[in-house]
Structure formats: C-alpha cells, structure tokens
Design a protein. Structure first.
Length: 464
C-alpha cells in the first residue's frame, strides 16, 4: 500500500522549497534549426546551463521541460537529482493531493512541456489514444514506452518565417487534420498524378462519387499502402507533377491562388523529402495551417498532423508515443502503415476546427497572463508578458505543479509569502513551482523581440 512517501536521496534540495530551477533536456533531431539560428539552441544556455555552448554544426530541435524518461529534467542546483526522483520522494508536496489521488502508485507530472524549433517537415504522424497505447506498449515496450494518450497543443512564438507559401506575418506553418471532403474530391478529379499515385481506381471512384469518412479512409489508406509497396510509382508521379507545375503554370493545378499555394508546397516538401508519399498526402489531403505569433492549434489523439516550419511552445499529455507514415525512413513507416491507417479519426473540415483561441487566466491578478485551455484535464498553457507599464504579476495558486520558462527578457519569480526563495531567470531559465503556491513575477529587464518589448514567460500547469 502506497503511504505517500518514497525513499529520499540525501542530495535532494530542502524539502520545504517551493521554487526549483530546472536543468532541462535537449533533443537534436535532424529537422531542428541549426546552431544559434535555433530558438532552442539560444534558450539552452540557461535552460541546460552548466557550461553549455551552442555548436553551430548541430541541429537543436526540442527542449523538454518535464519528467519523461526520454528527456528528464534535473534540479539545476542538484544536477545529480532528476525531477521524477524528487517528485517520488514527496508526491504530496511536488504534485498536490489531486494528482496523487488520481495515480497513487505512479505519481508523476501529467504533462510534458516543450519548445520546438523547426527547420523542415517533421514526420507525418499521429499519437495513439489510451487503448491503442496500451496495446502497442504490450507489443513493443522499447518503441512505445508509454501507456498514455498524447493530445497536444502548439502555440506559435517565433519571428516571421522566411518567404514561402504563407502570409508575411506567419511565424509557424504545418498540416493538421483532413481538408473538407469537397476539396479532396476536387483534387482527385483534377490531379491525374495523384490518382495514379494512389493506384487503386476503385477507392478513388468510391470517394469521388460518395465522399464520406469511410471512403476517405479507403482512398487515403490506398495511397499510403500503395506507396509502401511500390515507392517507385510514387516517385514517378511526383516527378510528373513537378514537370507540370514548373513547365505549364496555366494548368488547373495553379490557376487560382489557393492552388498556387498547393503547388508551392509540393515543391518545398519534395525538396526536403524527394519522392516521399507525404508530397501527395499532406498538400492534397490535409489542411495547411499558418499561425501568427500567439495563435495556437489543438491536436487530439489519433489526429493526423505534420509540422513544417517555425518556433512553437508545445505541451501534451505525458507520452512519447508516435506512429509515422511519411517524411521518415521507409523501413519505419512501412511497418506502421496498417496501424496508422486504422487509428486515424478522419476528422475533416476547415482548419479553424483545430484552432485554440486564448482566454485570460482566471488566477491572474493583473490580466498580464493569457491561458490556452484544451478540452481535457491534463494541462493548460499560460503566457505572462511584463513590460514597463505593467511590470509585475501575481498568479494565484494552482492545484498542480507549475513549470515556467523565460523566452524574452529577465524576470524575478518568488512565492508571494516566501522571502529568500526568489529566483532571477534570464532568457531560457526554467522554474518548477510546487502546487498551492501564489507566484509573484516581476520584470527585471526588457528585451525587444520583433514588435514586443518586455519579458515573456510561458507556463504549463495542471489546474486540478
């Protein structure tokens, strides 16, 4: 029977501390931005610390702020102590009563908080729901380490993207969910190379004559399965389509602005992943989403998506499970295609369906903090912005733990009633706040980022 206490390491910080600076984990996936061009790389000096220096030859893709074993945070002033071990030493203190009661045998933070810096397309992917996660974990515990679902949100935070198939003020681009059935139907009617790449005329005709979720599943599945079995045919059809785009701009594909955008996406994605089935799957079947700074999308478990470019804050239920279908090594994608085709929701419609507008945070006392609240209980994401005209914020206590990272400027963080626990955080500094703590945040130094001058802190928390 769990009694609320685990063995305590002698290297742990004092048990009554309510603020802990974290030393976080980097992921250097090849789709990340390179060197100091990467926001993750620029934040790492303080997020990782302890002598970290950016290597201009490396790609810095993700900064993880949490307790997941694939990228655990450590206590900055006690770097031999990982966050999960500390949590297990006193779950009531570090997680709060509500979370401990929900998972008494394996207490943990219910979310994983990240910064992503994206230079090229991530794999075309989906994250399994709880039931599928358990099944996959049973089959292969090494590849699918978690038994939890992984709904997630992404919030654009970077500078405007370089010129491309998006508006000038777009700071993030990606694909999410399926387009309207009418749009997919139109592409299948007019793009002969797409039909040939699918290779199953029966499934194409079924969808064109009777577009439904079920016929969408069949035709999209035919594309992915056909590409896995005969990748040379897909490469051939992509080459033919590119010739048409480049040599005959008057073709139906590019006669309207929205279709011109699709043509540009085909060229851009193929330059990154030549001959990949995703060159057809993403632009012709999925919504292309362009976000301005501060805009967000919500992606549920089993929803298809692929991020393309930009800097984002990302938060998800604690899991690292993923199945990839494109923009990844063929040996990996071919193995997972049947499961991928079966797991998807096949939700379709306008990209606005996946939008997640912010609202003001009810526990803010100055309205300097906005909240992004997805439709599930594991977490909310907050953004506090301080400037000379509004230079402090008091965040009333949350029922769960709070993790924050400074992405602009410098600020001080302290418990409202806790002199002596004040932490000054420069850009990239990360702090863990125990539940039940009123947090006072004060501006120390402003920084200009684009049109914004001030100090910005992003938080993730469990409201209970």
């Amino acid at each position: 029977m769990f009694n609320g206490v685990y063995s305590v390491s002698s290297t742990n910080p004092p048990a009554d501390k309510r603020l802990l600076r974290l030393k976080c984990a980097l992921q250097t996936y090849d789709w990340g931005r390179q060197g100091s061009f990467s926001l993750v790389g620029r934040l790492a000096g303080n997020a990782v610390g302890h002598g970290f220096v950016v290597d201009e030859r490396k790609t810095y893709a993700e900064l993880w702020m949490g307790s997941h074993p694939n990228g655990p945070a450590y206590i900055y002033d006690h770097p031999e102590t990982d966050l999960l071990s500390l949590i297990k030493s006193n779950p009531m203190h570090y997680l709060g009563k509500n979370l401990v009661q929900k998972c008494p045998e394996s207490p943990d933070i219910p979310f994983l908080f990240k910064v992503l810096s994206i230079n090229k397309a991530l794999p075309l992917q989906a994250h399994p729901d709880v039931q599928l996660a358990k099944e996959l974990n049973k089959q292969d515990k090494k590849e699918f380490v978690d038994v939890n679902h992984k709904p997630e949100i992404a919030i654009a935070i970077g500078d405007p993207l370089p010129p491309g198939p998006w508006e000038e003020d777009a700071t993030f681009a990606g694909f999410v969910g399926f387009k309207s059935l009418a749009e997919i139907q139109q592409s299948l009617r007019t793009i002969s190379e797409l039909r040939s790449a699918i290779g199953n005329e029966g499934s194409v005709e079924d969808f064109v004559t009777n577009p439904t979720k079920e016929s969408l599943k069949k035709v999209f599945g035919a594309l992915l399965i056909g590409a896995a079995d005969d990748p040379e045919n897909v490469k051939k059809q992509i080459s033919a389509l590119l010739l048409k785009i480049q040599a005959r701009p008057g073709e139906p594909l590019v006669e309207r602005a929205v279709l011109k955008e699709t043509a540009e996406l085909v060229e851009k994605i193929n330059s990154q992943f030549p001959g990949d089935v995703g060159v057809f799957a993403a632009p012709f079947f999925m919504n292309f989403v362009k976000l301005r700074k501060g805009e967000a999308i919500y992606i549920d478990a089993d929803e298809i998506h692929a991020y393309l470019e930009g800097d984002i804050m990302e938060c998800m239920a604690t899991s690292d499970n993923v199945l990839n279908a494109a923009f990844a090594p063929r040996a990996e994608t071919k193995r997972h295609i049947p499961t991928f085709v079966e797991m998807l929701t096949y939700n379709f419609g306008n990209a606005a369906q996946w939008s997640l507008p912010y609202q003001f945070y009810p526990h803010s006392t100055t309205q300097a903090t906005r909240m992004y609240k997805p439709p599930f209980e594991e977490f909310v994401v907050l953004r506090t912005f301080l400037q000379s005209s509004r230079n402090e914020e008091l965040l009333r206590a949350a029922q769960g733990p709070l993790i924050g990272i400074v992405t602009q400027g410098t600020c001080k963080v302290r418990p409202r009633d806790g002199p002596g626990e004040e932490i000054t955080l420069n850009k990239g500094g990360v702090v863990f706040v125990v539940p039940g703590t009123d947090v006072q945040v004060e501006l120390v130094e402003e920084e200009r980022c684009g049109d914004d001058v001030g100090s910005e802190i992003w938080w993730a928390t469990h409201l209970g």
